[in-house]
Design a protein around this ligand. Sequence first.
Ligand SMILES: NC(=O)c1ccc[n+]([C@@H]2O[C@H](COP(=O)([O-])OP(=O)(O)OC[C@H]3O[C@@H](n4cnc5c(N)ncnc54)[C@H](O)[C@@H]3O)[C@@H](O)[C@H]2O)c1
Ligand SMILES: O=C(O)CC[C@@H](O)C(=O)O
Length: 393
Amino acid sequence: MYKILTLNNISVVGLERFPRDGYEVASDMSAPDAIILRSYKMHDMDIPGSVKAIGRAGAGTNNIPVQRMSEAGVPVFNAPGANANAVKELVVTGMLIAARNVCQAYDYVRALEGSDEEVEKQVEAGKKKYAGYELPGRTLGVIGLGAIGVKVANAAQALGMRVLGYDPSITVTNAWKLNAGVEQASSVDDLLARSDFITLHVPLIDATRDLINAERLRLVKKTTVLMNFARGGVVDEAAVEEALNAGKLASFVTDFPTNRLRCHDKVIALPHLGASTGEAEDNCAVMVADQVRDYLETGNVRNSVNFPEAQLPLSGGLWRLCIVNANVPNMVGQISGQLGEHNINIVDLLNKSRGELAYTLVDTDSQPPLEIIENLRGIKGVLTVRLLEPKDA
Ligand SMILES: NC(=O)c1ccc[n+]([C@@H]2O[C@H](COP(=O)([O-])OP(=O)(O)OC[C@H]3O[C@@H](n4cnc5c(N)ncnc54)[C@H](O)[C@@H]3O)[C@@H](O)[C@H]2O)c1
Ligand SMILES: O=C(O)CC[C@@H](O)C(=O)O
């Protein structure tokens, strides 16, 4: 029986991927085998040694101590692209409500008083204050052309906008998905200077912290709308406040409200709603549950942010060793040496690496005795060893 601890509300559709006869799923339990979460901040959490995998039902993993998990030999999975459409739709919403002054107009109407006739008069008299502009012909700058950025860029183009993109590490797959008309900006600064709307779709990592800062905000046009649906830390909010107050930036749409800006007249702040659609929540939960289950039951790795992809079909009747080790010479030699010494035949073997970490799957046609497991654990550089029993044994 595997135990899955949930740290946030996870879509039932996803949790149902864990069959009841093999899994216990709860929001409070001891010694879990895996943890599934959304935005719960795990950095200060005492993570039990029993945890073999962590699944983020979403894209960003900055709330998870990924480096610490790598050092402990624990894969962290996420759900790339599973909520991208939801975020795209909210970004388009953000552009439209900013361009048409929807929030200010909404507040105006709700504050009106008097009879219907008086309200109508105030409506017609007041509306000129909220006149906006249309999107075709305007330029959208997209920083980060991953799962979300590509969808946003293509959607904006379909709305008649000119689109600039910047992503020095764009993948070939994402480059293929991008509409032909999307132009490549030569730098962040180039993109900022030419855009009417700027939207950020990068992960929060050291290189992107305060990506939009005072210096960069000096480059933008005073009519520009800045949108942040990535993470709060990607934007220096003090600098944004200064630019808004000085009339150097038209408005700021953010999914990450803070006390500094959430009530500012030129700010539209939403409660981290980007991925909050039933569809996205289901997609993320299903994707990550399947990946965690696959890892627990077969050792295979799909969509991990710290482990290499590793997929070796598991045939019936075989034992499988799943070994997480340092990416250094002679690891496979030492592993197969141990098995050879005990006359255990290797039927199949896969060794993959990513950065400082390597992962080895070894299938055998007889059961490796406990002594081998202990010896493997004793090899310098080996982080974890799991033995999976044959399913039909
Ligand atoms: N508001 C929300 O609810 C919500 C929902 C989903 C994702 N997010 C955030 O959006 C981020 C992006 O999500 P995604 O699914 O598109 O991820 P992704 O991994 O598919 O794409 C991220 C892209 O950013 C690029 N990038 C990294 N550093 C860059 C830099 N310095 N300059 C330009 N590009 C850079 C990468 O090359 C990659 O193509 C997530 O990490 C998460 O923080 C927010
Ligand atoms: O789980 C959520 O609601 C937010 C997820 C989002 O921030 C992500 O990074 O995928």
